[in-house]
Design a protein around this ligand. Structure first.
Ligand code: AMP
Ligand code: MG
Length: 294
């Protein structure tokens, strides 16, 4: 298995001695997707049942961290988390939403899916609809597709001239930088699948009537442009992985490993944020006495 030279080789340990999965996945230069094996098991369990068990074991911690973030925001905190998930059709964006949904506090979580912009959305700046879908203070929001489609599907299908999409990388970096300054912690995950795996998953969808709703005949047309999409992804990942908003490439041919990696990236990010419950603005002893006497 070839290792990508652009992914960091050294990895740091946190205070509890845990290796950072984020460091292993993070893009820090020019990336070649062909050098990242979509079947690679990057870290952690090499077995499905164990991976699922470890994800389950994170539920209490992630939920608690999220609840602290939410509680902070009720007392003036402005921090939030935005998880951007991109990937080719069938790469598992819906599966990622299910994993994250299980881990976080439902109170402050939502998923927003982005399809082709409506006529009205097209009349606005392309970032406008994304600005409207940002997480509220204390919230965790997942985007199933994102503003990156503006340099992916738009570029591959020539929906706007090259100089127009070409100017968007810098604009996206500027916008994401401003978001970071506003307290939005971005986690950008690219679910990296192989063309063979996509073929199999499309066939699986067709073989199962309960999956037909996920199948779109247009997916086969987009599949025919695989190389163009990979090149577009490489530019987006290489040009827009910044300290303010890093990109992580998630090997995604194995669903259980994809889920485990997403869970790790999320919990590591929340641990870093280290949200704390705000102190009470009343005297608990006095209030306890009042309730008892009531
Ligand atoms: P799905 O994720 O399967 O529901 O499909 C959503 C479709 O919307 C995909 O084919 C995307 O390429 C397309 N899409 C998302 N964002 C944009 C955009 N900004 N411009 C054009 N097409 C888009
Ligand atoms: Mg689809």
């Amino acid at each position: 298995v070839k290792k990508s030279p652009t992914r960091k080789k050294s990895h740091s340990n946190d205070e509890a001695g845990r290796t950072s999965v984020r460091d292993r996945l993070r893009i820090g230069g020019r990336v070649e997707l062909a050098s990242i094996d979509p079947r690679e098991v990057v870290a952690g369990p090499a077995d499905k049942d164990e991976a699922r068990a470890e994800i389950g074991a994170l539920e209490a911690e992630v939920c608690d961290l999220h609840q602290r973030l939410w509680a902070e925001s009720r007392h003036g905190g402005t921090r939030s988390v935005l998880l951007v998930v991109q990937g080719m059709d069938t790469s598992g964006k819906g599966g990622a939403a299910k994993v994250v949904d299980r881990l976080v506090d439902p109170l402050g979580f939502r998923v927003v899916s982005f399809g082709p912009p409506t006529e009205q959305e097209r009349a606005n700046h392309y970032l406008h609809r994304h600005e409207l879908a940002l997480p509220p203070a204390g919230g965790i929001t997942m985007w199933d597709r994102s503003h990156y489609e503006e340099v992916l599907v738009v570029r591959v299908n020539d929906l706007v001239p090259a100089d127009v999409w070409g100017a968007r990388y810098d604009e996206i970096n500027g916008w994401e930088h401003a978001l970071a300054d506003r307290g939005v912690t971005m986690i950008k995950c690219m679910l990296h699948i192989s063309a063979d795996e996509q073929r199999q998953r499309l066939l699986d969808r067709l073989a199962d009537p309960s999956k037909h709703w996920k199948y779109n005949p247009k997916d086969v047309d987009e599949r025919a442009k695989w190389a163009d999409y990979q090149a577009a992804y490489e530019d987006a990942l290489s040009r827009c992985s910044t300290d303010a908003a890093p990109w992580y490439v998630i090997p995604a041919d194995r669903k259980w490993h994809r889920d485990w990696l997403i869970a790790q990236v999320l919990v590591e990010t929340l641990r870093d944020l280290a949200p704390t419950y705000p102190p009470a603005d009343f005297d608990p002893a006095v209030e306890t006495a009042r309730v008892r006497a009531s």
